[in-house]
Design a protein around this ligand. Structure first.
Ligand SMILES: NC(=O)c1ccc[n+]([C@@H]2O[C@H](COP(=O)([O-])OP(=O)(O)OC[C@H]3O[C@@H](n4cnc5c(N)ncnc54)[C@H](OP(=O)(O)O)[C@@H]3O)[C@@H](O)[C@H]2O)c1
Length: 253
């Protein structure tokens, strides 16, 4: 299936490992050029070399922190000065570990960190990078959030509360950008097994046992969905959130 996005350019936030890297791999297979953003410069270089072994698309890397306005400004500037972008994949960072129940989260500093890396950072990227997509009448924003936005999970309050805000921002953005031909959607994973999906953050065996399909998800399954939502074929889908959780979310919609 031709996704119709060869030659386009995507900014991928958090694209240097795990789910974000899987998205970069998949977009590169489709012939999409990439601007990859994450904090660790050495890991970004490894990711660049890895992606280019898959396909020799252009891969630019920008080292920075999603919570820093200066870093996100630099990402937008570098992207703009090097040819712009038509696709934004906002892979939100994980909340601070370990997870605890709502009333056990007594540490104000952790609430502040979670707010900054989940909601504040996402808003910075959406406000500063998305405008680069406006103009040609075609653009795609795809966010990777969490299944917890539809069904809050025990001990995930520090994640769910701010991710719900991200989801609200995406819905607003979808309405605002529709007239420009820019679609805005999100993917909500649960129990997709990556090298970083492990203790102490996750008890993998216990989590897999709770999946109705009785297995963990594969990063390629998530990246295929992201690539589809970023594709030309998905042009009539906007403001949507799609779960990728093996049936775990017990919600009608
Ligand atoms: N796997 C699942 O089943 C599942 C379920 C629910 C939700 N999710 C969510 O899906 C998202 C991706 O998960 P993952 O397992 O792939 O995460 P991960 O392994 O922690 O990778 C996160 C990526 O984002 C970058 N990053 C982290 N903090 C950053 C920051 N402050 N500024 C810029 N870049 C940052 C990391 O690189 P640096 O460290 O170098 O910055 C890395 O490239 C997370 O929000 C996670 O909670 C996943």
């Amino acid at each position: 299936m031709d996704l119709g996005i060869a030659g386009k350019r995507a900014v991928v936030i958090g694209g240097s490992q795990a789910l974000g890297l899987a998205v970069c791999e998949r977009l590169a297979q489709e012939g999409v050029n990439l601007v990859v953003f994450a904090r660790d410069a050495a890991r970004l270089e490894e990711a660049r070399a890895h992606i280019r072994r898959i396909r020799e698309v252009r891969v630019d890397v920008v080292a920075g922190d999603i919570t820093s306005e200066a870093d996100v400004d630099r990402l937008a500037q570098v992207t703009s000065e090097t040819g712009g972008a038509q696709i934004l994949v906002l892979n939100t960072p994980r909340p601070p570990s370990p997870m605890r129940d709502f009333l056990d989260e007594t540490d104000n500093e952790r609430w502040r960190q979670a707010y900054e890396n989940q909601l504040h950072g996402a808003l910075l990227v959406l406000r500063k990078v998305t405008p680069l997509l406006i103009g040609p009448g075609w653009g795609r924003v795809v966010a990777i959030t969490s299944a917890s936005i539809k069904q809050p999970m025990p001990r995930h309050a520090v994640s769910t509360i701010f991710r719900a805000g991200v989801q609200a921002a995406l819905k607003h953005l979808s309405m605002e950008l529709a007239a420009h031909g820019v679609t805005v959607n999100s993917v909500a994973p649960a129990t997709v097994i990556t090298p970083t999906f492990r203790p102490p953050f996750h008890n993998v065996e216990e989590r897999v046992r709770a999946v109705p399909l009785k297995r963990g998800g594969r990063p390629e399954e998530l990246s295929a969905l992201v690539a589809f939502l970023a594709s030309d074929l998905a042009g009539f889908i906007t403001g949507e959130n799609i779960q990728l959780d093996g049936g775990q979310t017990r919600a009608l919609y």
